[in-house]
Design a protein around this ligand. Structure first.
Ligand SMILES: Cc1cc2nc3c(=O)[nH]c(=O)nc-3n(C[C@H](O)[C@H](O)[C@H](O)COP(=O)(O)OP(=O)(O)OC[C@H]3O[C@@H](n4cnc5c(N)ncnc54)[C@H](O)[C@@H]3O)c2cc1C
Length: 297
């Protein structure tokens, strides 16, 4: 309840203060700020993910603008020589309004990224969008090698979704899933979500997938590292993915132990609306954020 009140209260916090609170999690508002943050991370030995904040777009013009901005981002990443890929939410490309439009725009981004040698990833949103997102990914796989997807261990359906993927190489960012889903379709307790993460990773490895381990859960990561080693994987075969500003000491440690770490760098003018929507959907995250602010270092 306290969390919910805090989340609601955040809506009234003046923008400059919210901006300050969000600063460590968001690279800024512009492409130049994102590229600067990614360049600084690269100098520290971290590869990156380029994410323009936004979702739920319902106008064709806006969705097309998003695609153009991603193409410009891929060009800037290429020009800066960064090991960074672009990551795009399907509803940021208008999928809620028109699945065909989102597919067309992913193709536009994928084609330019292919020319530049930049990878692109289709992100996963809440459960009403899962089927359409997987359909789009499968269509993209037919034409592009430089494309990946996100799968959420929280959802009961994910093992079956892995089985249903068409044969051939797949590149998966494995996550717990940020959207709080109903208990009828998803695990809701931490342990089953963690167990499902491990089971999904094993299932993906068994089919030869490249699995990107996106988590800040130290215990889960430890078990993943044990399994990575047991399978004889090298640093080319896996990587951790983390969010900018979240649990940095943990990823510094992983890096110093020789594990590849890629940092997700979100930015854009939509940062405030995005932060509020995210927090109001998952109030538990607010507790984590507050804890993070209050913890020295
Ligand atoms: C690179 C990346 C990409 C992602 N892409 C997607 C996606 O496409 N779709 C999707 O549904 N989800 C996505 N997620 C979110 C993911 O599903 C989880 O919600 C998120 O990573 C938190 O789960 P966790 O595994 O880190 O474990 P948790 O147990 O939730 O967190 C472990 C610890 O990390 C800290 N922590 C975690 N998140 C935060 C935060 N935001 N702020 C402050 N502290 C925090 C907490 O202190 C907590 O104790 C992504 C996550 C990452 C890292």
């Amino acid at each position: 309840m306290l969390n919910r009140l805090v989340v609601q209260g955040l809506g009234f916090v003046p923008t400059p203060i919210m901006r300050k609170l969000s600063a460590r999690y968001i690279a800024g508002e512009t492409q130049a700020e994102a590229v600067r943050a990614l360049t600084e991370l690269a100098a520290r030995g971290f590869s990156g993910v380029y994410d323009i904040l936004g979702e739920g777009i319902r106008s064709r013009a806006e969705a097309e603008r998003t695609a153009e901005e991603y193409i410009a981002g891929a060009e800037a990443i290429h020009a800066a020589g960064l090991d960074t890929y672009v990551s795009i939410k399907p509803t940021h490309l208008g999928m809620l309004q028109d699945e065909g439009l989102a597919l067309e725009l992913y193709r536009r981004i994928g084609a330019r990224c292919g020319e530049l040698g930049v990878f692109f990833r289709v992100e996963m949103e809440d459960h009403p969008t899962t089927d359409a997102t997987l359909r789009i990914y499968e269509r993209l796989r037919e034409d592009y090698e430089n494309v990946g997807i996100v799968l959420q261990s929280r959802l009961f359906r994910t093992p079956a979704d892995i089985d249903a993927l068409a044969p051939g190489p797949v590149d998966v960012r494995m996550v717990k899933g940020i959207y709080l889903e109903p208990a009828s379709i998803a695990h809701t307790r931490p342990d089953p979500i963690r167990e499902a993460f491990l089971a999904c990773a094993e299932k993906l490895w068994d089919r030869g997938a490249r699995v990107r381990l996106a988590t800040h859960d130290a215990g889960l990561a430890e078990e993943l590292i044990r399994r990575v080693r047991a399978r004889g994987m090298t640093a080319d075969d896996y990587e951790f993915q983390v969010l900018l500003g979240v649990q940095e000491p943990l990823w510094e440690r992983w890096k110093s132990e020789g594990h590849p770490v890629r940092v997700y760098v979100p930015f854009g003018p939509d940062w405030k609306a995005y932060s509020l929507r995210r927090l109001s959907r998952n109030p538990q995250l607010m507790r984590a954020v507050i804890k993070n602010f209050l913890t020295p270092g």
